[in-house]
Structures are given as structure tokens and as C-alpha cells.
Ligand binder design. Sequence first.
Ligand SMILES: [Zn+2]
Length: 170
Amino acid sequence: MSGIPFQPQDKLGRFMLPQAPEGAGYYVYGNVGGVPGTGHLAQYAHANFLSVIFRIEHEWQAIEERKFGIGNISLAGGRKYEHLGHQKGIEMDFRPIRKDRLTGQAARVSRFDAIYDRDATIKLVRLFLQRPLVVKIFFNDDQVQHICGSRVQYSKDHDDHLHVEIRERP
Ligand SMILES: [Zn+2]
């Protein structure tokens, strides 16, 4: 794992996502306001997933100056929490793209908001779908589903974030 030598690792061998390094194409968000087990503590990812994230981050930066927001992945050790799934480090939530450059906790945006940028969100979804490990994405904008194809699917409450799942191994 030469690219991420200093990242905290849990007992399942998952790595904590680097917390929004300066100049990265993403920022991190989570319920950091004193809620146990959320925020950076819920950003442990399978090494294969980290590779996917880094690749997409790189490709995104080549075409976009805005950052995309990464939320829950998994808790250290695969501990169960109120978030369904999200135990194996192969599922991740991320935010739709906004028309402005706001980042951080307050940058929440839903597909119903005027500030929501569908075209840019589609660009980002396509970068994910180009990765062979990506199994599916939940997001409820039916136009995004229509344009991006059957791997983008409806799932209850996925209006203000997208949920992507990868295969654990190629
Ligand atoms: Zn999710």
C-alpha cells in the first residue's frame, strides 16, 4: 500500500480515508457534532475501494475544480451502526454536486434544491461507473438513472446523497 502508508488501519485491514488533504478533489463530511462513531470514525475503506476513490478523485480534478463530499463508509472493525450496510468498507455515501463551491458539513444538497447541479453530478457518477469494481449506485434523481443506466437505482431516502457499492475483489 505504497500510496497510503500513514493511514490508520483497523483490525480487518481497512484504511481510514485521508481526511480531505489540501488540494484533494474531495472533502469529508459526517455527523461530527459529538455523535459517537460518525465522521472520520466511519470512513474506513477496503484497500480496493481506496484505490477506486483515489482514481476517481484524480480524474475528477482533471475536469472539475469543485470538490465532492464523501460521508459514511464503515466504522473501524466493521462495527454495526444505525446505517444499514456500510460494514465491510465497500460502500460509501457521497453528495450530489452543488452549483457553488461550498464544502463541509453545511454543504448538504438534495436533488430537489435549486443549487443542485445535475450535469456535474452525472459527470461524477460516470467516473464511478467507469470503474469495473462498481456494482451499483443508489440515487433518486430519475433523470440521472435514465442517463447513466441500470446501475443507478432508486432507494428510499437517497435524495441528498448517493450510495456506491463495489465488489470486494476484482
Ligand atoms: Zn449509504
